[in-house]
Design a protein around this ligand. Structure first.
Ligand SMILES: Cc1cc2nc3c(=O)[nH]c(=O)nc-3n(C[C@H](O)[C@H](O)[C@H](O)COP(=O)(O)OP(=O)(O)OC[C@H]3O[C@@H](n4cnc5c(N)ncnc54)[C@H](O)[C@@H]3O)c2cc1C
Ligand code: SF4
Length: 522
């Protein structure tokens, strides 16, 4: 285990403990062409660390919502470290995610790892059942260590991928997919790069996983394991965000949300060692798609996080309307109703996916794949529409407003104060702050999390359409239609009911029936 894990034996409880745990790791982090000596103190990076820290503070403030008693250590740990063993666990993850979206207005980065080990928990169990590999116990030992210290685990799935039309082994440069570069009796070395890695620098551990379905020739790419964030051979290249350098300016109004932001970076692995005890898949190409499918199911309903962020945007739009003196106009009220309708449509499908969860062979619960994909597919569209309506309500100043430096300037400031005042119930500065928040969420730093992450995170829109298409059971639905149209040749309605499977079986499962193992789709 890494020096970091050894050194941070003290259990992290508060956000302040967490911040302290990140210091002094000497990571190889690059931002704007410069090596960052201490990410915790970097003004562009710090808001993303604050967002992660909020997950710890919420667990202190509301322990039932954001923490659980660890089945491995018997102590309270973050709910982000919990393997779901019933429907309530799945549902509470979503409620915690919405709450944190409300409190930060951004991506708080901690769900990828949670969804990664939840999926690995069931996949390692099934790999061991088939191949007697021993991965599942290793994963449990890893989780026990992580629980002892209440650490942050990130999830690294997406490879940089090179030419998308080619399989990993067909690429001119094999490094565009993370792969095993060397095997020893003690473990493996991996090389390659993962793109867009949420919260990776703010994590203590990263779970590396394959990014897609693999064929037999891709054996070296079928690698899953835990890597310490400060392991030798890792370089992080920070993904810059729209308007991020506003954090380098004096003042805080222009940043829109000075305290919180998300984080993505590219992780480059150059012969990074994973010891045997931290390897959870090694060459089992036939299990790669199961892992990807289960991870994306969990993660696609995790996007309920965006409804918490949506709550903030709806509030900001309503506040801007009040400051502009138009809050009683019927079309404004209707637009706020529309925003709420869209936001709750996301929540409805995400929370339903959790409520319709079921047990896997390992005992871990997984959400309903169909509803999770429908949730995420809504997320690829509806936040954009919410952002459009928020900008409509806010007015053009959201994009043309002078700076905080102008507002505070002795000569020009009084003009800004006078001419940018809306309703006299509010100060000009208050109005500017709300407009900057809307800018932040729809055009600025946190539009990365609210819009583009909504589009591509957990897979681009087409990935959900493929899953929805796979699980939509058209043959069965055609039989329903044929029965009612009077052209069914065999069977009747009763037979059709008996034949329920996949998603529709879960739909008609009675709430008080025994929780049985119903595998994914048919
Ligand atoms: C803000 C943000 C945070 C993220 N966080 C994480 C994270 O923490 N961990 C992680 O592992 N990943 C993360 N991702 C990655 C995310 O899962 C990917 O962005 C997503 O899977 C799309 O991959 P891509 O960005 O390489 O786009 P591409 O794969 O290049 O896709 C671009 C377009 O090409 C299409 N396309 C791609 N391949 C094919 C093909 N073979 N045939 C036909 N069409 C194709 C897609 O459908 C899409 O329309 C994050 C992404 C973002 C934007
Ligand atoms: S996008 Fe949402 S689900 Fe994903 S890590 Fe960020 S907050 Fe969590």
């Amino acid at each position: 285990m890494s020096a970091v894990a050894e050194a941070s034996r003290t259990k992290i409880v508060t956000g302040a403990d967490y911040l302290a745990s990140l210091r002094g790791r000497e990571l190889d982090v690059w931002l704007l062409g410069e090596r960052v000596s201490e990410p915790v103190d970097h003004p562009i990076i710090r808001p993303s660390i604050n967002a992660m820290a909020r997950t710890y503070d919420l667990a202190v403030e509301n322990r039932e919502l954001a923490s659980v008693v660890s089945p491995f250590t018997g102590e309270r740990v973050s709910r982000f470290l919990h393997v779901c063993t019933n429907v309530d666990d799945l549902v509470l993850q979503n409620k915690m995610q919405r709450r944190l979206g409300q409190l930060t207005g951004t991506c708080f980065q901690r769900c990828v790892g949670m969804d990664a080990f939840n999926s690995l928990f069931s996949v390692t169990f099934e790999m061991d059942e088939r191949n007697a590999t021993g991965y599942h116990d290793r994963l449990k030992r890893f989780l026990t260590t992580v629980h002892h210290e209440n650490l942050v685990v990130g999830g690294a799935m997406t490879d940089v991928k090179g030419d998308r039309s080619k399989a990993p082994h067909q690429q001119d440069d094999p490094d565009v997919f993370v792969h095993v570069s060397r095997r020893t009796e003690h473990g493996v070395y991996i090389t390659g790069a993962k793109a867009h890695q949420t919260g990776c620098i703010n994590s203590h551990w990263i779970l590396v996983m394959p990014t897609m379905r693999l064929g037999q020739a891709d054996e070296n790419f079928a690698i899953a394991g835990a890597v310490a964030v400060d392991a030798p051979g890792i370089t992080y290249v920070y993904g810059r965000q729209s308007c991020d350098t506003r954090m380098l300016e004096s003042g805080e109004i222009d940043s829109g949300n000075a305290k919180f932001a998300g984080q993505e970076a590219m992780i480059v692995f150059r012969d990074v060692f994973i010891p045997n005890e931290l390897i959870f898949m090694n060459g089992e190409t036939d299990f790669a798609s199961m892992l990807v499918q289960r991870f994306t199911a969990y993660h696609r309903r995790s996007y309920v996080c965006k409804t918490g962020v949506g709550d903030v945007l709806i509030g900001a739009a309503a506040q801007a309307a009040e400051m502009n003196g138009v809050d009683r106009a019927s079309h404004i009220k209707d637009k706020l109703v529309e925003m709420t309708h869209l936001n709750e449509t996301i929540y409805g499908t995400g929370i339903a996916a959790s409520y319709q969860g079921y047990a896997t062979a390992s005992g871990a619960y997984i959400c309903d794949e169909m509803l999770a994909n429908v949730c995420k597919h809504h997320v690829t569209r509806l936040p954009y529409e919410l952002g459009r309506v928020a900008q409509d309500i806010a007015g053009g100043l959201v994009a043309t407003m002078p700076s905080e430096s102008d507002l505070s300037h002795p000569e020009i400031g009084p003009l800004i104060q006078k001419y940018l005042r809306g309703s006299t119930e509010f100060t000009t500065e208050q109005r500017m702050r709300v407009l900057r928040l809307i800018e932040n969420m729809t055009l600025g730093r946190n539009a990365v999390g609210y819009l583009t992450e909504s589009m591509h995170g957990a897979g681009s829109p087409q990935a959900q359409r493929i899953e929805i298409g796979r699980a939509m059971q058209l043959d069965y639905k055609k039989r329903l239609a044929r029965a009612l149209a009077g052209i069914e040749t065999e069977g009747d309605a009763a037979v059709i009911v008996d034949e329920l499977s996949g998603f529709l079986r879960r739909v008609f499962d009675l709430p008080d029936s025994e929780p049985d193992e119903i595998h994914g789709s048919d």
